[in-house]
Design a protein around this ligand. Structure first.
Ligand code: NAD
Length: 259
């Protein structure tokens, strides 16, 4: 494993456009459960309850959605970036990161120090809430206050529209600008590093393929094997946090930068 991590570090040092593609597995070490691991969200909830169509369909579904979303938001609010997020933020400071394409909705790349313009949030963010009718944006904490006070499915102050966390649910359209930008960056990069993703959620999971097709090296760092490991130049099965921290150490050594 050490040799592989060192190899990835060398590729980062020589790359001109390195993209990190992160998934829920990067944030489990910060205490946020992923979807598909044992004990993850899918062990406790029915994925149907997260479906956008159901959210639109009835007040009962919306109330259930907000109840789950509230439970899911607690660890997100409390979470701090782990050594994996911090290493990725450090790569940006070293000028070795084109961008992060993240499926995560937890805002931890920002808490770690990555800048707004370098992070593409493909599946939105849990830190805000938006009105599905007029698009007014609210701070999540403000809306959670209303839930604590007894509102079960909050509505927009301005237009009475349905409020929903600004995340992309199953069945909801992908954000156009972010999706286009992510495909564009995937096609231009020379190194594409997947960290902590099962690579099963589409269209996000097609991005490593786009990168590979356009000639980038593909690295996959995930605890469990993925369907794309065979086409990766390097696949590393281990903890995202320690893997990224070790890679960063090697990058700094190669660049002659102090700790
Ligand atoms: P996923 O749950 O499908 O897969 C997570 C993968 O991470 C698994 O294959 C698992 O083996 C691996 N993993 C777990 N802990 C790890 C660790 N410490 N180190 C390395 N690998 C680890 O997640 P996904 O591929 O991101 O897709 C699921 C969807 O889940 C995304 O759309 C995302 O929006 C949403 N989600 C986000 C969060 C978050 O923001 N933190 C949390 C749960 C789900």
């Amino acid at each position: 494993m050490e040799d592989k991590l060192k190899q990835v570090a060398q590729w980062i040092v020589t790359s001109k456009r390195a993209v990190v593609f992160s998934g829920a597995g990067l944030s489990t070490e910060s205490g946020i459960p992923d979807f598909r691991s044992p004990g993850g969200v899918w062990d406790r909830y029915n994925p149907e309850d997260f479906a956008f169509q159901n959210f639109l369909a009835s007040e009962t579904s919306r109330e259930r959605y907000w109840q789950m979303a509230t439970e899911f938001y607690e660890p997100i609010k409390m979470a701090q970036p782990n050594q994996g997020h911090l290493a990725i933020a450090e790569l940006e400071k070293l000028g070795k990161l084109d961008c992060v394409i993240t499926q995560n909705i937890d805002g931890l790349h920002f808490k770690a120090g990555n800048s707004e313009e370098r992070v593409i949030q493909l599946h939105g963010t849990a830190i805000f809430v938006s009105c599905l009718s007029c698009r007014k944006r609210y701070n999540r904490d403000e809306i959670q206050e209303r839930i604590i006070k007894g509102q079960k499915a909050p509505r927009c102050d301005d237009c009475g529209g349905l409020l929903k966390p600004a995340t992309i649910s199953f069945g909801q359209s992908m954000p156009e600008r972010e999706t286009q930008e992510a495909y564009h960056r995937s096609s231009l990069c020379d190194l594409f590093i997947v960290v902590g993703s099962s690579l099963v959620v589409q269209p996000a999971a097609s991005m490593p393929l786009v990168a590979k097709r356009y000639g980038a090296r593909l690295v996959i760092i995930n605890r469990d094997p993925t369907h794309y490991d065979d086409m990766a130049d390097v696949a590393i099965h281990g903890q995202a946090g320690s893997a990224m921290a070790t890679i960063l150490e090697h990058v700094k050594k190669e660049l002659g930068v102090g700790k």
